[in-house]
Design a protein. Structure first.
Length: 146
């Protein structure tokens, strides 16, 4: 039994990890090849996805509802985004007492910036601010970013 992170056999990057959808449409296949049937199509550019497996040029991805399948790697981007899970307030600093920058609705996709233990800085709809990490999907609870 290993104690370290699982490393993807194709990329040498950790599994699972978060990526985003590069295209506005991407086929989601039952298996890792063009011969596998298309189960559905992701239709939301910049949607965060969790990569859970790799095979050749294919990545098995899951969305926030744990639905997914195999997507060609060219449809994915390393740019990090998150989905706001609840209506939230963006704050100027990672502090509930700081200035309120904006309200962001549930389901909005935001660009992910730095993250502290309990807070992340995001850019959503032209507004930048800090939001409590527990209201975001696309970042792990223990993840720190600068």
């Amino acid at each position: 039994m290993t104690n370290g992170p699982v490393i993807g056999p194709e990329t040498n990057l950790p599994l699972p990890r978060f990526v985003s959808l590069k295209a506005s449409e991407s086929n989601v296949r039952r298996g890792p090849s063009l011969s596998h049937r298309i189960d559905w199509v992701f239709q939301r550019r910049e949607m965060p996805l969790r990569v859970v497996a790799e095979y050749g040029h294919w990545r098995r991805v899951l969305d926030r509802d744990d639905q997914g399948g195999w997507v060609h790697y060219t449809m994915l981007s390393g740019i990090r985004t998150v989905i706001v899970e609840d209506q939230v307030t963006l704050y100027k600093r990672p502090d509930l007492e700081s200035f309120e920058v904006a309200e962001v609705h549930s389901g909005v996709i935001a660009r992910l910036g730095e993250c502290e233990l309990d807070w992340c800085k995001v850019n959503a709809g032209g507004y930048r601010g800090w939001v409590e990490k527990s209201h975001l999907w696309g970042v792990t609870a223990e993840e720190l970013r600068d």
